[in-house]
Design a protein around this ligand. Structure first.
Ligand code: ZN
Length: 271
């Protein structure tokens, strides 16, 4: 089960689980373990990150996420751009394969440790040579996607069309703002979506509010190409980005960037 969706919860590349576990995770804070919290705003606003103790099997993935500071990077990039005047919490947790998600009732993003090794495994099966940077890039794209749901919710952005696509587009926006390095990161995420599609060709996960993984891969490549066609002519081809689609990518990317820029305009930090 790689893809999925469950009610209002929105999940990423690795499937869906039960909303109740979010409540359990939050309730767990009051236990004997001191919560490990990083805040980007004052009390009651901004993004608060909490790492929960990983299960034994997630230990290496947890160490990787902490070392690479992927969650901190997403939170600080968003906080530098947008005034988030409500509290959004991000829990980095062991979630037993259920998939990263956003819970609007709790304004809580949950990021799963095991997506690190699942991503690594996707790349490993495709062949050697993928670096930790690519794994971190995929996790960052996931973070931005889930944070986009949080922003749509707490900033009350009006989304026309499918919010899942709009969330993917926010991930593209945040990465492509970085320029060439962000383009490589978004392409790594596109590759992971593609590999996920290939790995699950025969799986039937039932109805899903997301675009197919293969479509998500092509969308990201289209945005990269639309933003910087000169650097990415090699993307255009039957497999990665069909030529017919590529023709419209500059326009598509421009529309995506304009939508997000306009939606966030009242919430942008001064300067
Ligand atoms: Zn989503």
């Amino acid at each position: 089960m790689m893809r999925g969706g469950w009610g209002m919860r929105s999940v990423g590349r690795f499937g869906a689980g039960l909303a109740g576990s979010v409540l359990a995770a939050v309730a767990g804070v009051s236990g004997c373990q001191k919560p490990d919290v990083v805040r980007t705003g004052a009390e009651g606003s901004g993004i608060a990150i909490r790492y929960e103790a990983p299960t034994d099997t997630d230990r290496d993935d947890a160490a990787f996420l902490r070392r690479r500071k992927v969650v901190e990077e997403a939170a600080s990039a968003i906080s530098a751009l947008v005034e988030v005047d409500r509290r959004v919490s991000v829990g980095v947790v062991s979630c037993g394969g259920e998939g990263s998600s956003y819970d609007p009732e709790l304004t809580h993003v949950e990021v799963c440790y095991d997506e690190v090794s699942e991503t690594r495994e996707l790349f490993r099966r495709a062949g050697p040579g993928r670096a930790d940077d690519d794994v971190a890039a995929v996790m960052l794209e996931t973070l931005y996607h889930e944070m986009a749901h949080a922003l749509v919710d707490v900033l009350e952005l009006r989304v026309r069309g499918r919010e899942e696509d709009v969330a993917d587009q926010f991930a593209a926006l945040m990465l492509l703002r970085e320029g060439a390095s962000g383009e490589q990161r978004l392409l790594a995420a596109a590759d992971a979506w593609h590999l996920s599609e290939v790995a699950n060709e025969d799986a039937d996960d039932g109805p899903d509010e997301h675009s197919s993984d293969g479509r998500r891969a092509v969308n990201h490549r289209c945005y990269v190409y639309g933003a910087a066609s000169g650097r990415h002519r090699g993307l255009v081809g039957a497999d990665a980005l069909p030529a017919e689609r590529a023709k419209g990518c500059a326009k598509e990317w421009n529309a995506v960037r304009t939508w997000w820029t306009t939606a966030l305009a009242p919430h942008l930090r001064a300067g």
